[in-house]
Design a protein around this ligand. Structure first.
Ligand code: BJ8
Length: 420
C-alpha cells in the first residue's frame, strides 16, 4: 500500500519512529488520564496505518479524498458529494528541511511543514488525496499553493478578508457555489438537498461532541489535560467523522462524570491558562507540553485546532440547496481568523472565553513569520489587560532550540498569576 501511494518509505519509517517516541513520552506519561483516551491512543498508533488503509479502500471503491489546510474549506460540501476530507496542515519539524530546499526559510513553519511533507513524499494522507483545496488567507499560504499546484491537483478558494460588506458576502456565496461545482465535477455526484442536509447534520454533530469536551474543561479541577484535549482536536481533522463523533461523545460523558465526582488532572490550586493564536497542527505539542510539564493546566484553545473549529454550527433556514449554501456562508463567515480585517469579533471572543473558562492568564502563540496573528496580539493583549487577564506572547517555531527559554518565560508568567 505504501509504495502504491508513492511514499518515501525510508524517511517515513524515521518519522513514525520519532512520532511514536514523542507520543509515549508526552501522553502516556500523564497521570489520571480519562479512560476514553484509549481510543485516541489507538488512533495515533494507527495514524499511518488503519486510517490510511480506510482512505485507500474508499478510493478503490471510486470515492474521492480531498485534503485541506484551513477551516474555511467547507467540508459539508465534500461529504454531501460522498467524498472524504482530511486536514493536511503540517505540525512537524521533520518535513521542514525538504521544504527549505525549495522555498524560503523565512516562512511560517506550518506552511513549510505541509509543503515539505508533499515534496518529501512522507505524508500518506497527502499522497491519498485526489485534490487539495487551498484558500486565500495569508500571503505565505497563497503563494505556496501556486507551487503546490505544480506538483499535485490544487484548487484555491477565494476567501474575502472582510465580512462586513455586501460585496464580501456575495463573493463568499459565489465561492461556495464554485467549490460545490468543483467537487461535483471531481466526484461525478451532483449535490442534492437531501445529501447536503445530511452532511450538515453529520458535521454539526461532530462539532457538538467536541464542544461538549470543551465545555467540560470549564470545571475546576479540570477533568482532562490540555494535551489530551488538543490531541482530540487534532485527530478530528482526519478520523472517520461518525466514529470520531461517537467516541468523542463517550469521552464527554466520562468528563462530565469526572466533574460530578470532582476528579481532575491538575491541582485546583494551580493557575489555569488559556491558549490563543496560531493553530497547532499534529504533532505540534510543544507549548502544551512545556506548560503542563509544570503542572499548570491548559483549559481552552482559542485556535483553529480548538474553539474556532467547533463553536459555530451551520443553521439551515430552509431546505433548498441555495438556502443551505447561504447557511454555510453564515457559519463560515463567523470563523474569526486573524487574516480578516477588522477582526473585532475575535478580540471579543478571546476575552469572553477567558472569562468562561476561568483562565488566570493567556498564552498567545505566534508561529514565526505569521504577521496576522503577531500583529493582532496587540489588540488581544490590550483587551485582556482591560479585564485584568495577563497575556504572555510566545513567538516560536517547531524546533526544540527555544524550549528552555520558553519554559523560563512560562514559569515566570505563571508565578505571578493567582488561581481564581
Ligand atoms: S482560518 S488560522 S487555518 S488561515 S499560522 S499558515 S495564518 S502564517 S494557519 Fe489558518 Fe485558516 Fe486562519 Fe485558521 Fe498563515 Fe499564520 Fe502560518 Fe496560518
Amino acid at each position: 500500500m505504501w509504495s502504491d501511494l508513492g511514499l518515501n518509505l525510508e524517511k517515513h519509517d524515521v518519522l513514525l519512529g520519532a512520532l511514536g517516541k514523542a507520543y509515549g513520552d508526552l501522553f502516556m506519561a500523564q497521570k489520571n488520564r480519562p479512560k476514553k483516551m484509549e481510543y485516541y491512543n489507538f488512533v495515533i498508533s494507527e495514524v499511518h496505518g488503519l486510517r490510511v488503509k480506510e482512505l485507500v479502500e474508499r478510493k478503490k471503491a471510486g470515492k474521492k479524498v480531498i485534503g485541506a489546510f484551513c477551516l474555511y474549506a467547507p467540508e459539508e460540501l465534500v461529504y454531501a458529494a460522498d467524498a472524504t476530507m482530511v486536514g493536511l496542515c503540517g505540525g512537524a519539524d521533520f518535513s521542514i528541511p525538504d521544504a527549505e530546499a525549495q522555498i524560503p526559510r523565512e516562512l511560517c513553519p506550518l506552511i513549510k511543514s505541509f509543503y515539505g511533507f508533499k515534496v518529501g513524499g512522507t505524508c500518506p494522507y497527502f499522497q491519498s488525496c485526489n485534490l487539495v483545496v487551498g484558500e486565500t488567507t495569508c500571503d505565505g499560504k497563497k503563494k505556496v499553493y501556486e507551487l503546490l499546484g505544480e506538483i499535485t491537483p490544487t484548487y484555491v478558494m477565494e476567501i474575502p478578508h472582510r465580512t462586513d460588506t455586501p460585496q464580501a458576502r456575495a463573493l463568499w456565496l459565489a465561492e461556495m457555489k464554485a467549490f460545490k461545482a468543483q467537487i461535483e465535477q471531481l466526484t461525478g455526484n451532483v449535490i442534492e438537498k437531501g445529501a447536503l442536509k445530511e452532511a450538515i447534520r453529520l458535521i454539526n454533530e461532530k462539532r457538538k461532541a467536541m464542544k461538549r469536551v470543551s465545555e467540560a474543561r470549564k470545571a475546576s479541577p479540570v477533568p482532562i489535560s490540555g494535551l489530551d484535549a488538543l490531541l482530540v482536536n487534532q485527530i478530528s481533522f482526519y478520523d472517520d467523522v461518525e466514529r470520531f463523533t461517537k467516541m468523542t461523545n463517550e469521552l464527554a460523558d466520562e468528563l462530565e462524570e469526572r466533574n460530578r465526582a470532582g476528579n481532575g488532572v491538575a491541582s485546583a490550586d494551580k493557575p489555569r491558562l488559556m491558549f490563543s493564536g496560531c493553530p497547532m497542527a499534529i504533532p505540534n505539542w510543544k507549548l502544551h507540553s512545556i506548560i503542563e510539564g509544570m503542572g499548570v493546566p491548559v483549559v481552552a484553545e482559542e485556535s483553529c485546532i480548538g474553539s474556532r473549529y467547533f463553536t459555530d454550527l451551520v443553521q439551515p433556514k430552509g431546505s433548498s440547496v441555495d438556502s443551505m449554501l447561504e447557511a454555510l456562508v453564515d457559519r463560515y463567515a463567523q470563523i474569526s481568523c486573524a487574516c480578516f480585517t477588522p477582526n473585532n469579533e475575535r478580540i471579543e471572543k478571546v476575552v469572553q472565553m477567558a472569562k468562561e473558562y476561568h483562565a488566570d492568564g493567556v498564552v498567545y502563540n505566534v508561529l514565526q513569520y505569521c504577521h496576522a496573528y503577531n500583529v493582532e496580539a496587540v489588540k488581544v493583549g490590550r483587551a485582556l489587560k482591560a479585564k485584568g487577564v495577563p497575556m504572555l506572547k510566545i513567538n516560536t517555531d517547531y524546533s526544540s532550540e527555544d524550549v528552555e527559554q520558553i519554559r523560563t518565560r512560562v514559569e515566570a508568567f505563571t508565578e505571578m498569576l493567582r488561581p481564581s
